[in-house]
Design a binder for this molecule. Sequence first.
Ligand code: PAP
Length: 315
Amino acid sequence: MEGPQENAEDELILSSLPREMGWAIPDLYLFQQFWCPSILIKEVNIFQKQFEAKDSDIFVASFPKSGTTWLKAITFAIVNRQCFSSIHNHPLLTSNPHQLVPAVEFMYRGDIHCPTTEPRVFGTHTPFPSLPNSIIESKCKIIYICRNPFDIFVSAWTFFDKIKLEPLSTLKIEEAFEKYCNGIIEFGPWWSHMVGYWKESLAKPNKVLFLKYEDLKDDANFQVKKIADFLGFPFTQEEENNQVIESIIKLCSFEKMKNSEVNKSGIIYQFLEKKYFFRKGETRDWVNYFSPSMTEKLCKIIEEKFGGSGLSFMI
Ligand code: PAP
């Protein structure tokens, strides 16, 4: 527990940071160059200072609404496939992926616990430059999932509206889009988040694997094998013959997870309803929401922010 002096220091630090209204969290602070939700600043700080990474740790990193839940499920299923070989008694049928693979930022709030078995698999929305040194310096691995910024916008706009905290009211799509184009969104700007991990994946391909939601949708079999190889848990020929990859894909599929009793009700992280993590699970749903001028504006921003980085999106 913090005493009055620490609380006063925290308040002082916060009051010196630029502040904006969030989409779901009333206050976002520009902390270490990203828009950190006020309720997580202390946690991100503790994470940076205290987290001790083990060489065997695995991090599923992402910008919110990029496919985190899906990749957490796939990663958990890959690395634990020897313990839970039967699809009928798998923990993913009785726990939400966010319970099995906790977000490190929420771990310090008390309701989510650190995994006790190795390899420990964690999730994080923290941008690459703000990760603790022990993650950078250890041999642990990071898998980043990236999604096209059009679908992220729609997914975020619909999700954040459902989970928003008092006293926030519904953001009109135009208002949300304006914020999005200025990078003002929980853990934004989205472009620096993606580019940070992208560059690291190019510099250290054995440390950071950069995936795209669209590629996972397109050829899950190929991507699941790639993840398993990267993590040092490759599938044997026998496993391939026994359709182990296919059963992992099926177990983690959108339909299976959305319709699983465990994901239909209840909350995680103290205030998030599990059912809201499963909406449509499709690519290109953005065409149902974007006007021509919004499309043009976002295309320009993408060109400006990603031009020359080598990172591109199939729009
Ligand atoms: P988070 O950052 O809050 O954890 P995240 O899981 O990254 O959210 O993103 C949620 C999106 O992934 C939703 O997309 P949508 O709004 O466009 O539908 C959600 O439906 C989708 N999603 C969740 N689980 C799966 C899955 N198993 N397969 C494919 N997409 C999924």
